[in-house]
Design a protein around this ligand. Structure first.
Ligand SMILES: [Zn+2]
Ligand SMILES: [Zn+2]
Length: 622
């Protein structure tokens, strides 16, 4: 014990405790811990209040070991325990992620209040035990303890984590009864819960009723719309949020970048990038990874590479994202170089990294390299192959014409169902024109999934390509008899910072007359250039009415014509399509790119097609 210097007045325990409490309250737990040590050096014996503050400081620091030491000290000190001390201990252990310790203290407490229960509920949410958190909430109410706003936020997070929509709705009713629906934190958690449980109507209902909204509320809505495929709506919400003066955070930016990627809004994405730089978020790895992904998906690998090269540090997601971009654009050689560089920098690849690498090899026809990577994944990195890896390999072998090896690979897939691998094989049969294998494969797929429209389309196209009109029509009839509907074709194009959507046989667009006139004009020029419409192929798109079956009504053709008449000559066009590009659209786009002298980029479900001067980057294998 340190001796007091003559003349100094030892601070009263009360003053120490006040100072400690202030540090904890101001969010300076390190200073609180230092003060606690100083206090002990100076010979002060902590009392119950001191312990409460120090345990709270440990909770704030997430310092489990320190917390345990303080807990031991508390037991030795003989300080009288009370509910505040118990609550602090439960909270500290829960926040430090040691649920067992929290339970031990919880079970020993003679009485518990809302703070005790809430700490336990939040602890379980943090440890991803949402179901257990909901059970605790029930139990708490059975014991007659009334929840507060913090409890409700925790319970809503629990509902979101286990996608418990019905339970979430019950909690919502309770919140309304307690009059807390207008609380911005509770309201935001409600919106987030509904979004994560997939009910956008409920999310909108709560959102519209909120008297004020913060960044969490807006971000939940933005991410929710991106996840249910409404990228345009997400972008609208982002603009509205800024008009209302709410500043975006890193999570908002990630959501908005995903929205740009989903609708191929490159110009909008660039504006968002500018804002990110202004807010200083561009050095954040999480945000930068989303920027790379956005640029890759919007067709600009140059911008993706620029962001990648500027990053001060890169994680496995960064490398995987850049590899995924290379795969989408068919840059197989670059993908292999990046992979090598990644290994040199000591970043450990994961299973997703290999999916991107293998699909890059497959999209560039690098068969030997792909086989080598696959072998290395299994032996050097001890990553066991999943369905996605098998599918890439089937695709790789199949495209290269090694169909028998590809089929053997599908047969060897241990994980079931392995529909994706069979689909890849059927796709390869189409490219290679192997009717006999295609029939066998189609049969297998339809046994697994009788309503798979893509199988019918692929099979009928394989027959059509082989010149067997009869069998082709047969398959189409079968499809209709079985009531299997094709997906509706949908295309997005960004023109002058605005995203426009087109569907097959679209008649509603205000510029429809001009669009048709442009298609008419192009069609004449294409015929002169030697274009023959490939009508022998069956439509991949849903036919609404028989008269719109005309090939020139396909949504991507409408989008291309719209883009041409609304942009200056020479401007590249960027388009996204929700299905695979059809044979005729692929051929037509090649002709159009040469006739009008424009680069046209089309992202379909599988990959990017860069059309320029009459050729496509996919070399007609897609
Ligand atoms: Zn088409
Ligand atoms: Zn192509």
């Amino acid at each position: 014990m340190a001796a007091m210097a003559p003349g100094t007045v030892q601070l009263h325990i009360f003053s120490w405790n006040m100072k400690l409490a202030k540090y904890v309250k101001d969010g300076q737990p390190e200073k609180a811990m230092q003060l606690f040590q100083q206090m002990q050096r100076e010979g002060m014996s902590p009392d119950t209040f001191t312990f409460v503050q120090v345990i709270n400081a440990c909770a704030g620091l997430g310092a489990l070991e320190n917390g345990r030491l303080v807990h031991d000290q508390l037991i030795q000190s003989g300080c009288e325990s009370n509910i505040f001390l118990g609550n602090s201990l439960v909270d500290m252990y829960a926040k430090c992620g040691s649920i067992e310790d929290a339970w031990r203290v919880f079970n020993k407490m003679p009485s518990r209040d809302v703070v005790t229960w809430t700490a336990m509920i939040l602890g379980h949410v943090k440890c991803r035990q949402g179901q257990k958190a909901l059970e605790l909430f029930q139990q708490m109410q059975q014991e007659g303890v009334q929840p507060n706003t913090v409890t409700f936020v925790g319970v809503l997070n629990a509902c979101a984590s286990v996608v418990a929509l019905e339970e979430g709705r019950c909690v919502n009713q309770q919140i309304v009864k307690c009059g807390w629906e207008s609380d911005v934190f509770v309201g935001s958690s409600l919106v987030d819960m509904y979004v994560k449980c997939g009910s956008m109507e409920d999310a909108w209902r709560v959102f519209n009723k909120m008297p004020s909204r913060n960044v969490v509320t807006w971000t939940a809505m933005i991410s929710g719309h991106v996840n249910c495929g409404q990228g345009q709506k997400a972008l609208e919400l982002f603009r509205q949020m800024q008009q209302e003066g709410v500043r975006p955070d890193s999570v908002t930016f990630v959501g908005v970048l995903n929205a740009c990627a989903s609708v191929v809004a490159l110009e909008e994405g660039k504006c968002v990038h500018q804002q990110i730089v202004e807010c200083g978020w561009d050095s954040d790895v999480f945000v930068a990874n989303s920027l790379i992904d956005m640029y890759a998906k919007c067709g600009s690998m140059e911008d993706a590479w620029r962001v990648f090269n500027k990053m001060p540090s890169r994680d496995v997601v960064t490398w995987t994202t850049i590899l995924g971009g290379c795969a989408m654009h068919g840059h197989g050689k670059e993908a292999l170089k990046y992979f090598e560089q990644m290994c040199e920098e000591g970043v450990q690849p994961n299973d997703i990294t290999f999916i991107c690498l293998l699909s890059a090899c497959s999209h560039s026809g690098l068969v030997d390299e792909g086989m080598h990577c696959y072998a290395s994944m299994v032996t050097d990195y001890m990553i066991s192959a999943k369905l996605e890896h098998y599918t890439c390999m089937v695709d790789l072998l199949g495209r290269a014409g090694r169909l028998q090896e590809a089929e053997n690979m599908v047969m060897a897939v241990p994980c079931k169902p392995h529909l994706a691998a069979w689909m890849a094989l059927l796709g390869a049969c189409r490219i290679r024109g192997n009717v006999e294998m295609a029939e066998r494969v189609a049969k297998r797929i339809l046994e697994m999934e009788p309503n798979n429209a893509a199988v019918y389309v692929l099979l009928s196209n394989i027959y059509a390509a082989a010149g067997n009109r009869l069998l082709c029509e047969n398959v189409e009839r079968q499809r209709k008899e079985n009531g299997v509907k094709k997906q509706q074709g949908r295309t997005w194009i960004e023109v002058n910072n605005e995203v426009h959507t087109f569907v097959v046989g679209d008649q509603d667009h205000p510029q429809m007359t001009e669009i048709h006139a442009e298609l008419q004009r192009l069609s004449g020029l294409m015929h002169d250039a030697g274009y023959v419409p490939c009508t022998k192929f069956v439509d991949v798109e849903e036919e609404e009415e028989e008269q719109v079956l005309h090939l020139c009504h396909h949504s991507e053709k409408l989008a291309i014509a719209f883009g041409l008449i609304n942009t200056a000559p020479g401007t590249p066009l960027r388009i996204r399509k929700n299905l695979r590009v059809c044979e005729d659209c692929h051929t037509s786009t090649k002709f159009i790119s040469k006739i009008v002298g424009r680069a046209i980029m089309v992202r379909d479900v599988n990959r990017f097609h860069h059309f320029e001067d009459g050729v496509c980057s996919c070399m007609d294998y897609w």
